[in-house]
Design a protein around this ligand. Sequence first.
Ligand code: PXG
Length: 458
Amino acid sequence: MPQQYSQLKELDAQHHLHPFTDHKSLRADGARVIVRGEGPYIWDSEGKRILDGMSGLWTASVGYGREELADAAHAQMMELAFYNTFFRTTHPAAVRLARRLAEIAPENLNNVFYGSSGSESNDTAIRLIRHYWVLKGQPKRRIIISRKTAYHGSTIAAGSMGGMSHVHQHSYPVYEGFRHVMDPYWFGEALPGETPEQLGLRAARALEEEILRCGPENVAAFAGEPVQGAGGVKIAPENYWPEIQKIVDKYDILFLADEVITGFGRLGTWFGSQYYGIKPDLITFAKAATSGYIPLSGVLVGDNIVDALMAEDDDFNHGYTFSGHPVACAVALKNLEIMERENLITRVKTETGPALAKLLAKFKDHPIVGEVRSVGMLGAIELCANKKTRQRFEKPGRVGLICRNHFFNNGFIMRAVFDTMVCAPPLIWTQEHFDEAEAVIKTSLDATYEAIKSEVTA
Ligand code: PXG
């Protein structure tokens, strides 16, 4: 390991508390030190080159090391490094980005409220939703319904809106006014003999049943990711979103699409809502807005909500110091320009998305693969003990971890969500990267199979 990095693992263990981490075991093992990125690759402190199939964390869509993005940040820092957007001030980058977002967003979303993280944006959305109903004279409408393995962030409100019990565990008691219904997840949730369509309908009905249980007059909104990312790239059956849209329309509740992962081209459209033809009243975004070069997030707010805000003579008492940070907005503008100039979103539809689907399909007959699925540049490989019955391995996550370690040791990153291997490659992948991934996936799945062969029953 080069000298300049040799002490870093130890210092990290002494001084750095990481997100979502077992600190005792991290301190025993030491963190992996990532030191550089270029295009679709990252390098660790041992000099190992790794193909990053996760875009950092669903984020670095245009790849690493883009000089143009660094130049945009530098120029903005020299011109106006910071000014706030409180007290009736604004600045050019925040305005230009707001305008650009209104152009690419679904047509009823023409305003943005900025933040710096997905969690913040979801907190903003929760406040806007509840404030909207107060303004509409229906203050009892406070309940927000989302899904059981939704991830909406890690602040107390966004963590409560998310459904993951291990996130709730550390913010107990969960903030009031959230309910969670089943995921539209055929591989994991289907009853014996149930088709994806039947499951899609059952999962959509779970929303309607929950609305009725709460009393429609108490329900403010439904929140969902067009594709559940951190939950395991759960892609809903085709009939699910049309059914959900019917239900939110029928009960006149607001619809929040959390597009922190599906925003900015990942499904081959600017937003996942456009891919599925759904009509949210709010869209939250973060991550790929800047390809992760600098933090920026926001809520795209529907005209109905903006009209309600405009009709009152009071402040909406909410905002962040860094709402509309000029440097972040300048980088986002350049990032969106790159996506457009390099046709990255069209390429997801015509080239990279189909290439990912083709790559994953090559592994569907592997003895430990129960299902492969993808939409755009989001993909998943389900590992299981019995392909026919979809029976899982014992101790969820154990085999996923073995597989993830093989991927990493072979120079490729895919994430393990328990025993679901997920990927979200940078949108700049070309055939050479798909080929490289294919070779690693093959070797790694074979090595994983060797390690747990005795547990495989079909
Ligand atoms: N919504 C969604 C859909 C997300 O995926 C957030 C909100 C919160 O964003 P911030 O910027 O506050 O982290 C996310 C974040 C994982 C993983 O393990 C996924 C996320 C964050 C950390 C880990 O896949 N997504």
